[in-house]
Design a protein around this ligand. Structure first.
Ligand SMILES: NC(=O)c1ccc[n+]([C@@H]2O[C@H](COP(=O)([O-])OP(=O)(O)OC[C@H]3O[C@@H](n4cnc5c(N)ncnc54)[C@H](O)[C@@H]3O)[C@@H](O)[C@H]2O)c1
Length: 362
C-alpha cells in the first residue's frame, strides 16, 4: 500500500476527548480549523525552529487570529519549570483566555512542555500539536501525555491533556538530522513488534531506506506506527491496562537512560531495551528464536545500538527498581508471547533477568 503524495490520511483517536491525527504533505493550512473559537493563538516552538514555525504563524494570521510566538530551548532543556514559567508568563502577557489555544511546533520535548502548560493554564486550554521529529509524530504528540522534568527525575510532573488535533506534516522532516530520524525508528520498530508486523517487513525490505526520512516507505511507517499508538490509547488513555504494551523495551531502556545520566538518546536506550525484552520473552514465554533474532537484525540494520556493557547489570537492575512504572517494588516487563501478542510479566526471578541481560551484553 503506497499513499499518493497529495493524499490526506486521518487517524482517529477515540476516548472521552477524541481527536484526529492528520498525516500528509503541505498540511499547515489545516491548523486554523483546529483552534476552535480561539481569538488568540500562542505558537510555542523550539529556538532553532523559527523557519518551521514561520508558515504556521503566517497561516494563523491569515485566518485573522492574533498570534503570539514563544521560543523555548531546543531539546530536553525545554522541559523545565523555568520554561513552563516563561510560557505561563507569555500566555498572561498575550491575554490568552479560556477560548484560546496553544499550537506546539517541534519535537517531543516541545510538545510535552507546551502540552503541560496548555493543561495547566486556566486549568486547561486547547492545544494542537505539530510534531516535527519522527519520535514526536509516532509517539509524543499522540496520546495526551504531557510532562516536564524535575530534579527528582524525568517526566515526574505532568498531566493527561489530549490535543484538539495533531498535524503531521511530513514536509517538516526535510531539515531533521539523520540521527534524530534513526532515534525515532526505535519506537516505529517497537510498534511493529507489539502490533503491526507489516512495519517490520517494510523495514527489512529496505534497511537503508528505513534509516532516512526520504526512504520509500517513510510515510507508511509513520502512518502505521501512529495507527498502533492511536488504537492503544483510544482504549486506555490513562495507562490502566492495554497502554502498558507501549512500554515494550522501555523498562530496561529507562534504566539505561538513568545510568547514562540521560546523555544517551531515548531511541538508542529503547533499542537495547527491545533486544533485552525479546531475550526475556524467549526465556519466559518461549518466544521463537527467529522473532528474537529479528529484533537485533532490524534495529542493527537501521543503525540503532543493540548491546550494552555486561558490568553495568547491577546499576541497571537498581535503576529498574526505581522506575516510576514499577508497582510496589515489583518489576514489570512487557514481553511477547508471540509476534504482535504482548503481555506483562511481574516480578520475574533475578536469575532470569540476568540471564536475559547476558544476551544483550557486549
Ligand atoms: N508525551 C509522550 O507520550 C511522550 C512519548 C515519547 C517521548 N516523549 C518525550 O519526547 C522527548 C523527545 O522528543 P524528540 O526525540 O522529538 O526530541 P526533541 O524534542 O528534543 O528534538 C530533538 C532535536 O531536534 C530538533 N528538531 C526538531 N524538529 C526538527 C526538524 N524538523 N528539523 C531540524 N531540527 C529539528 C529539536 O529542536 C531538538 O534539538 C522526550 O522529552 C520524551 O520524554 C513524550
Amino acid at each position: 500500500m503506497s499513499t499518493p503524495a497529495d493524499a490526506l490520511t486521518s487517524i482517529h483517536v477515540g476516548g472521552d476527548q477524541p481527536y484526529d491525527v492528520l498525516i500528509g504533505h503541505d498540511l499547515l493550512h489545516r491548523i486554523p480549523d483546529l483552534v476552535g473559537d480561539a481569538a488568540t493563538v500562542a505558537v510555542v516552538r523550539a529556538n532553532s525552529l523559527a523557519a518551521l514555525a514561520a508558515p504556521v504563524v503566517d497561516v494563523l494570521e491569515k485566518a485573522s487570529l492574533r498570534v503570539t510566538e514563544i521560543a523555548i530551548p531546543d531539546g530536553e532543556a525545554a522541559k523545565s519549570l523555568t520554561s513552563a514559567q516563561h510560557l505561563w508568563d507569555a500566555l498572561a502577557a498575550a491575554g490568552v483566555d479560556r477560548r484560546d489555544a496553544v499550537v506546539a511546533v517541534g519535537g517531543g520535548a516541545t510538545t510535552d512542555v507546551a502540552g503541560f502548560v496548555a493543561a495547566t493554564w486556566l486549568r486547561g486550554v486547547r492545544v494542537v500539536h505539530v510534531p516535527t521529529t519522527l519520535l514526536g509524530m509516532v509517539d509524543a504528540a499522540v496520546g495526551g501525555k504531557t510532562a516536564i522534568n524535575t530534579a527528582a527525575g524525568k517526566n515526574l510532573v505532568g498531566a493527561f491533556h489530549p490535543p484538539a488535533g495533531v498535524v503531521v506534516d511530513l514536509d517538516t522532516l526535510a531539515t531533521l538530522p539523520a540521527g534524530e530520524w534513526v532515534n525515532g525508528m526505535a519506537e516505529v520498530i517497537k510498534a511493529g513488534f507489539i502490533a503491526d508486523p507489516t512495519i517490520l517487513d517494510l523495514i527489512a525490505e529496505d534497511l537503508d531506506g528505513a534509516g532516512r526520512p526520504d526512504g520509500p516507505h517513510a510515510r507508511e511507517l509513520v502512518q502505521r506506527s501512529i495507527a498502533v499508538k492511536a488504537a492503544v490509547v483510544s482504549a486506555d488513555l490513562r495507562e490502566a491496562g492495554p497502554r502498558e504494551s507501549l512500554n515494550y523495551g522501555h523498562t530496561l531502556g529507562h534504566a539505561i537512560e538513568r545510568v547514562e545520566n540521560f546523555s544517551m538518546p531515548h531511541g538508542h536506550a529503547v533499542s537495547i531495551g527491545l533486544v533485552y525484552a525479546a531475550a526475556l520473552s524467549r526465556l519466559t514465554r518461549a518466544l521463537d528464536d527467529d522473532v528474537v533474532a529479528r529484533h537485533r537484525q532490524i534495529l542493527d540494520g537501521v543503525g540503532l545500538p543493540t548491546t550494552y556493557d555486561l558490568a553495568a547489570w547491577p546499576a541497571l537492575h537498581d535503576a529498574m527498581q526505581h522506575d516510576k512504572k514499577t508497582r510496589a517494588g515489583r518489576l514489570r516487563f512487557v514481553v511477547l508471547d508471540q509476534l504482535a501478542h504482548p503481555s506483562v510479566i511481574e516480578a520475574p526471578e533475578d536469575a532470569v533477568l540476568e540471564e536475559a541481560f547476558a544476551e544483550v551484553a557486549s
